[in-house]
Design a protein around this ligand. Structure first.
Ligand SMILES: Cc1cc2nc3c(=O)[nH]c(=O)nc-3n(C[C@H](O)[C@H](O)[C@H](O)COP(=O)(O)OP(=O)(O)OC[C@H]3O[C@@H](n4cnc5c(N)ncnc54)[C@H](O)[C@@H]3O)c2cc1C
Length: 433
């Protein structure tokens, strides 16, 4: 391959205690938590909105925040505040008010009790307010592109592609919430893409929204649309988010692959919409919006100080450094369109995620939160959904705050203090809490 060498000086546009890269479910919670502890916190987001897949890719509802059996809510903390703020604008239905099977769960029963339906625009407004009220400095339309790393592996500065051109920024601690481990990869942390055995990542899907559905007729039908189309009721009458077909073998780290996939997915939307319109209750449905961003279920995973395993999820392994609890099943869509997808393995009613999964190998001032934390690919089929991403995000924000204020490496953060700070802020850290 031809190569060029490129060097230039960049203006440093800010210095912070904590810099969060990526404003999706994980990044928003990380930034709010760090800022509330008094740390000077910046949140860098490539798009023009917060929410990540929940807004740019119209993905929803928030999958269950309850245990597997749907008896106990296990994700609280900032997740609850986001739901409350969005619901206060009539943009969300509380998870306690939804059940499965129902039109809110696309008639899926397993692991789908108590999902949280929401409107993506109302969520954007809620996240703008919550981050700014917490004192987070926001930079939209600003993309992380590279980092400068010191001899001990720490990140010295990050290079950002901002509207004014390439700029640099410095922070004591960095949190990678890009949903693709962009920062970790650039800092030299070991990563892999898709399955750890070399198998393809889970497929991608382009969401769309429809209006004008007769909710009563659909409810009476008591069955989901034909596979693979899934329609999830939103808070407003007659409106649904549609999680439709799949594009296989998408490499989120390759521009050509993403371009081809998005073009294919756009065509699939029309086909899925036609399928829906032939169903009772959907005859008058209108296609109101198609997500501008392709929904990528899986790409890079980091190698961290601990890798959560399928066995841990199935057995509900307890960890001294547990920072959150989750109960959703290991939802792994067919990787090739041949082997059938769905819930793999029999997961425990609840399992714990240890702090070490957020601590990447070899970079003392970087934490990772959200779907790319250190986990076997199948185990990540559970923790990739949004309530878990918000919980790991909040934990990363709390840990970065401790590391920044003490001047210690992220791997040296006292776990007892981290857990008590999280509990004080409403988070659930242990199964037996
Ligand atoms: C098709 C599909 C269906 C799904 N269904 C559900 C569901 O029904 N319920 C559920 O709860 N979850 C669902 N998920 C999973 C969930 O949406 C994601 O796993 C979750 O949003 C991941 O959160 P995150 O914060 O880790 O990353 P993301 O949501 O991907 O957010 C990452 C953010 O970082 C920004 N970013 C990326 N790169 C950079 C960069 N270099 N510089 C700056 N910013 C950057 C992005 O713009 C984005 O805002 C689904 C996912 C997909 C793709």
């Amino acid at each position: 391959m031809n190569r060029i060498s490129y060097k230039r000086e960049l203006p440093v546009i800010g210095e912070y205690d904590v810099a969060v890269l990526g404003g999706g479910p994980a990044g928003v919670c990380a930034a709010i938590e760090a800022a509330r502890t008094g740390q000077k916190t910046v949140l860098i987001e490539a798009s023009g909105m917060l929410g990540g897949m929940a807004t740019t890719a119209l993905v929803g509802p928030f999958m269950t925040c309850y245990d597997r059996d749907g008896d106990r809510q296990v994700v609280h903390g900032i997740f609850d505040e986001i739901v409350e703020r969005t619901a206060s604008e009539n943009g969300a239905v509380y998870p306690s008010e939804t059940d499965a099977p129902s039109i809110y769960s696309s008639f899926i029963k397993r692991y789908h009790k108590h999902v949280t339906p929401f409107d993506s625009f109302a969520l954007q407004l809620a996240l703008d307010d919550l981050t700014r009220e917490a004192g987070v400095e926001l930079f939209f339309y600003t993309k992380f592109v590279d980092c400068e790393v010191s001899e001990n592996g720490s990140i010295v500065s990050v290079v950002l592609d901002a509207p004014q051109g390439l700029v640099a920024m410095k922070a004591k601690e960095y949190i990678d919430c890009t949903g693709n481990a962009d920062v970790a990869f650039s800092a030299g942390v070991p990563t892999w893409n898709g399955g750890e055995d070399g198998s393809a990542p889970q497929p991608a899907t382009l969401f769309f929204e429809i209006d004008g559905v007769d909710d009563e007729v659909y409810a009476a039908r008591n069955a989901r649309p034909p596979r693979p189309v899934k329609a999830y009721k939103m808070p407003e009458k007659g409106r649904y988010k549609v999680n439709h077909e799949r594009v296989y073998f998408v490499n989120a780290n390759d521009a050509r692959s993403m371009t081809d996939a998005h073009i294919e997915a756009r065509r699939q939307v029309l086909k899925s919409f036609e399928t829906l319109r032939s169903l009772p209750g959907f005859e008058k449905a209108e296609l109101t919006q198609v997500a501008p961003v392709l929904g990528v279920r899986e790409s890079r995973h980091i190698v961290g100080e601990y890798r959560i395993t399928v066995k841990d999820v199935c057995e509900g392994t307890r960890f001294d450094d547990s920072i959150c609890v989750f109960g959703y099943g290991m939802d792994v869509h067919s990787r090739d369109g041949k082997v059938s997808g769905g819930f793999h393995g029999e997961s425990a009613n609840m399992y714990e995620i240890p702090y070490r999964c957020l601590v990447p190998k070899g970079c003392p001032n970087l934490l990772v939160a959200g779907k790319t934390i250190s986990a076997e690919s199948q185990a990540a089929g559970s923790l990739r959904v949004m309530p878990a991403c918000m919980a790991t995000g909040q934990a990363a924000g709390a840990a970065a705050a401790i590391a920044a204020s003490r001047g210690i490496a992220v791997g040296e953060v006292p776990v007892g203090e981290l857990k008590s700070n999280l509990k004080a802020h409403g988070a659930v850290t242990d199964i037996d809490e």
